[in-house]
Design a protein around this ligand. Structure first.
Ligand code: FES
Length: 125
């Protein structure tokens, strides 16, 4: 007597639609790591990272940006260049030192899709 044939479920998944691949259209990570004042690498927090992150969150909300998430992060390992932030999905890094810098990143890059060349960090600095 033979076993009844059962259909094995396919392991293939349908390709995801673009909207399903990205939960946020833009995701920003702002380093707020803090080290001792005399640490040789310094830290973003001691260079204003917390205040800049706070400003960015408030400004993004004020601008009504949809699908955008501003998160704090721990050390992003580019401490000497801080305060650092990185914008995804592009993976573009910035060094912002003022609220005006943050506003420019939000307006030009996050809202309009045009990276801010003057604030960008290269791959090596
Ligand atoms: S402390 Fe900010 S990148 Fe390391």
């Amino acid at each position: 007597m033979s076993e009844p044939k059962t259909k094995t479920p396919s392991k293939k998944k349908a390709p995801a639609k673009k909207a399903e691949r990205l939960f946020y259209s833009c995701h920003v990570f702002c380093c707020v790591n803090e080290r001792d004042e005399d640490h040789p690498r310094g830290s973003c927090s001691r260079r204003g990272g917390v205040e800049l992150r706070d400003h960015m969150k408030a400004k993004a909300k004020e601008m009504g940006l949809k699908g955008v998430r501003i998160n704090q992060s721990g050390c992003l390992d580019r401490c000497e260049l801080g305060p650092t932030m990185v914008v995804y999905p592009e993976g573009i890094w910035y060094r912002c030192t003022s609220n005006a810098d943050v506003d420019e990143v939000l307006t030009s890059h996050v809202r309009d899709g045009v990276p801010v060349e003057r604030l960008k960090l290269g791959l090596r600095g």
